[in-house]
Design a binder for this molecule. Structure first.
Ligand code: ACM
Length: 719
């Protein structure tokens, strides 16, 4: 008898056969447990290939009494079946339960980006990383090889690029690393990359072409494609400090935000970059070549007569279109060599391919890496232009921080939000390790693991076979493998997260907790005090909150609450569940939060940022009316706003609250003014509050967008 093993629930099924939890990451698409066990060592593996075309890497692994069989259409499938078998042997030893695994990747692009420019890593470390990618059935290693801070790839025609460009005196970021890790020897700068040159201390390194060819061979054997990124026309100070004549003003300087880019109006720039690409293509046989094209500061182009003349000649209205001219020329060159180009999503801003005036648009065959998560509607715009898309939105896919919830990577749903008619353009996703603060390989490992495993499963396993609880259990086992590889993975990833819902019927808030530990000891208090071993135990049942409380919850480890703790003020205030009418324009489509329910759902936007799903975004002023359902006394009101000036999010100049008993006639408003300076960097939250002594049913709230850009608002709290 065969039993369909429900991995998604990790259930023990009846029918006389005890279903087993197979500890494989990523979770195979389908596992059917058979009868008895099989001696894995005595059995001979036999391979056949299937005739039907299937996804690259698809395989069927049959473990039965007489044989272990791998059926697959390609070599990657053999490797993935063997990886699965290895993980099964690690779990069961030589007595593996009979089973059939039918498996195939959900997405073709399952990647990791390493930034070798900001800090350099050995070839040996890159090979280890390839081994680990292969173990989890990942198949792309994107190497960010050039940037302002270092040129890491030998170019024989221009040897100075590495002779000088690969070395720097310690910069500000290096000094921060040196200071931050003074007490953490395991994260200190790698002494192998620090040299003396006369009286100068230099830091850096580069890969010879021979080394990179060896790396490509190593990766190819493991079905990992290495995608080199040669960033242009911006992020090129390693070039411009040697060849300042290539910028629009002939200077190699730092602009307002980014370095001066190469000029798109100089023919010698194309010749130079194409000569470099010729050598890059000779080293890397990859289908894809990444040319960056992100964060190009165009101030120098605006000062250049050559750039203006080129714009006039081509009929461009914007400097973004001029950037497209550059990218399209490089794209055309790469296509003439039989390769596909990838660039970051900033590069699509030059024009609309489908519009009548399509000058300035990128060729639709350009592959786009989506990273600017704060810009609304980018993925949809990318696919509507016909571009294949690779998802690497900064939140949650940029992983440089010392730890962060795996949950967000595991459950990121941007891929699914692309309309069905464009799904064929979704290539997959990757996490990116930008390395300004990634001082050495140990620090890199700390950021990459275990987050890479969450991504591996997200991109490999079909949605219907993925399950967070099951993943957490298997992750506990996989961590033993990580340790055995001498990987010091992030322990801070086991943070506590909370899910809050509102129960209108019983007028209560419900709070449940989750973490990346399979079976954590969670304790909590409701009075704002730090949990101890004497505090209430969270027993996987939602906490029902009816009174105002200050919840503090923590995972206990060795008797102590683990940081970061969860802290939230919860209150079933008078407007929870109240109907909200938008009298002016509604929210921005990309930041709709819980739509009409956002402001009265009892959840307050957090200081995690405007992308936390709780904040609602507006590009104008807005006005709403809250209906409390009946007239009642009101003593105080507040509404919360968020500022984050980097992406252009500001506080409203003021927020006005006015009252009405009939919904028609309102008294003069009470006004709360902005007190947050508009040059405070980072995420900042302000409650705009007023006191009153009124009796009212309707409350009109008007937020005045006086600084342009976005305003982000949440909960209207009425007491
Ligand atoms: C990027 O993070 N600048 C692609």
């Amino acid at each position: 008898m065969k039993t369909l093993f429900s991995l998604t629930l990790g259930l023990t099924l009846a029918m006389g056969v005890k279903a087993q939890q197979v500890n494989v990451i990523p979770q195979p698409a389908e596992v059917v447990i058979g009868k008895g066990t099989v001696d894995a060592d005595k059995t001979i593996c036999s391979y056949q290939t299937t005739a039907t075309p299937v996804k690259e890497g698809a395989y069927t692994l049959t473990i039965s009494k007489n044989s272990i069989t791998i059926e697959t259409g390609d070599d990657a499938g053999v490797q993935y079946a063997e990886e699965t078998l290895k993980q099964l042997k690690a779990q069961y030893g030589n007595a593996i339960p009979a089973m059939t695994i039918k498996d195939a990747p959900q997405y073709e692009w399952r990647g990791l980006m390493l930034d070798c420019s900001r800090h350099f890593y050995t070839l040996e470390y890159l090979k280890q990383t390839i081994d680990r990618l292969a173990h989890f059935k990942m198949n792309r290693l994107h190497l960010h090889l050039t940037d302002d801070q270092g040129w890491r790839i030998e170019i024989k025609r221009y040897p100075q690029l590495t002779q000088q460009g690969a070395w720097r005196e310690f910069n500000q970021q290096d000094s921060i690393c040196i200071k931050d890790y003074a007490d953490r020897p395991e994260f200190q700068l790698d002494p192998r990359f620090i040299i003396k040159n006369g009286d100068k201390t230099l830091y850096g390194g580069f890969y010879t072409q021979e080394e990179l060819r060896e790396l490509v061979r190593y990766a190819t054997e493991r079905h990992v494609e290495i995608i080199p990124e040669i960033d242009m026309p911006g992020h090129t100070q390693a070039i411009s400090s040697l060849y300042p004549q290539f910028t629009a003003t002939g200077e190699a300087k730092w602009g307002t935000v980014f370095s001066y880019p190469l000029s798109p109006a100089k023919e010698e720039v194309y010749t130079f970059m194409q000569n470099i690409l010729d050598e890059v293509l000779d080293i890397f046989p990859s289908q894809y070549i990444h040319i960056g094209a992100d964060e190009v500061e165009k101030e120098t182009w605006k000062k250049s007569d050559e750039c203006k003349a080129l714009m006039e000649r081509e009929g461009y209205q914007t400097y973004e279109a001029l950037q497209s001219y550059f990218v399209n020329r490089i794209h055309k060159y790469l296509r003439s060599k039989g390769r596909e180009m990838i660039c970051w999503d900033d590069a699509i801003e030059g024009g609309d391919y489908k519009a009548s005036d399509n000058s300035g648009a990128l060729e639709s065959s350009a592959n786009i890496m989506y990273w600017r998560y704060w810009v609304g509607g980018v993925p949809q715009h990318v696919v509507e232009q016909g571009h294949p898309i690779i998802f690497t939105p900064g939140d949650p896919m940029y992983i440089a921080s010392l730890g962060g919830p795996l949950y967000n990577i595991y459950n990121y749903d941007g891929y699914d939000k692309i309309a069905p008619e464009y799904q064929h353009l979704v290539r997959g996703g990757q996490v990116c390790l930008w390395a300004e603060g990634i001082s050495n390989y140990r620090r890199a490992d700390y950021s990459i693991y275990p987050r890479l495993l969450a991504l591996a499963e997200r991109l490999w396993t079909p949605n219907e076979s993925r399950n967070w609880l099951s993943f957490k259990k298997r992750l506990d086992v996989a961590k033993q493998w990580l340790s055995a590889q001498d990987i010091q993975y992030a322990k801070t990833d086991a943070v506590l997260s909370a899910i809050q819902t509102t129960d209108l019927q019983h007028q209560q808030m419900l709070l449940t907790f989750d973490s990346e530990f399979a079976d954590p000891d969670i304790r909590y208090t409701l009075d704002g005090s730090t949990p101890t071993m004497n505090s209430s135990i969270y027993n996987n049942k939602a906490l029902a909150i009816t009174k105002p409380v200050d919840v503090v919850a923590a995972i206990m480890e060795n008797g102590q609450p683990k940081e970061p703790m969860f802290r939230r003020h919860l209150e079933y205030h008078k407007a929870v569940g109240a109907k909200v009418e938008y009298t002016t324009r509604r929210w921005h489509e990309s930041y709709k939060a819980a739509e009409m329910a956002t402001f009265t759902d009892g959840k307050r936007g957090t200081d995690r940022g405007f992308g936390d799903g709780l904040w609602q975004g507006f590009t104008s002023s807005f006005e709403v009316v809250v209906d409390l359902g009946k007239e009642m006394p009101v003593e105080s009101l507040s509404m919360r706003f968020l500022q984050d000036i980097g992406p252009g999010v500001f506080m409203p100049g003021s927020v006005e609250f006015s009252f009405s008993t009939d919904g028609t006639t309102y008294g003069s408003p009470l006004v709360a003014n902005n007190t947050t300076p508009n040059d405070v960097k980072g995420v900042f939250v302000q409650d705009f509050a007023v006191q009153t002594n009124s009796s009212t049913r309707y409350i009109k709230v008007k937020a005045n967008n006086t600084q342009g850009g976005f305003i982000f608002a949440d909960e209207i709290v009425v007491k």
